[in-house]
Ligand binder design. Structure first.
Ligand code: SF4
Ligand code: SF4
Length: 142
């Protein structure tokens, strides 16, 4: 008998903070999946959608400017706050947040309660000057 356990977050009630992490690592298989989804070659997908990560061999998602958090994955729809490549999204996105809780969602709900604003998008640490690597990341994406 399978038992479904409760989860304590609702991604549809969140502006997708996790899609704004500066480091969203992708694997070779992730790049191949994105390439198939866009009907382009893996080399084209690698160049268009990813950039060098925090180590020489790592590739991470390219970003776009985002009014709420400063920067977000290039595949996040900035109006709906939904992923535009949901079926082809990288494995790290499929696995997140790996448990019944999302730390950001707890923070978000706490701030919405405290500030009596049900639409508040609580920011944390990734506007220019706030994150030690962000200026460099933005320049790479320009
Ligand atoms: S930050 Fe948490 S609640 Fe928000 S979209 Fe990501 S996993 Fe969902
Ligand atoms: S690929 Fe989709 S789910 Fe993954 S970070 Fe980008 S917008 Fe979010």
């Amino acid at each position: 008998m399978s038992t479904s356990l409760p989860i304590f977050y609702d991604c549809l009630n969140c502006p997708s903070y996790c899609c704004t992490y500066p480091r969203i690592p992708v694997t070779k298989r992730d790049i191949e999946r994105l390439a198939r989804h866009h009907d382009i070659t893996p080399d084209e997908a690698r160049e268009s959608f990813t950039k060098q990560g925090w180590t020489t061999r790592e590739r991470v998602m390219r970003h776009q400017p985002d009014e709420i958090y400063g920067s977000a994955c290039r595949f996040l729809d900035l109006e709906s706050r939904l992923c535009t490549v949901h079926n082809a999204r990288p494995s790290v996105c499929r696995g997140h947040p790996e448990g019944p809780n999302c730390g950001y969602y707890v923070f978000l709900m706490s701030e919405r309660r405290d500030q009596e604003d049900p639409d508040l998008a609580a920011r944390a640490y990734n506007l220019p000057g706030e994150h030690p690597r962000l200026k460099e990341e933005w320049e790479d994406d320009a």
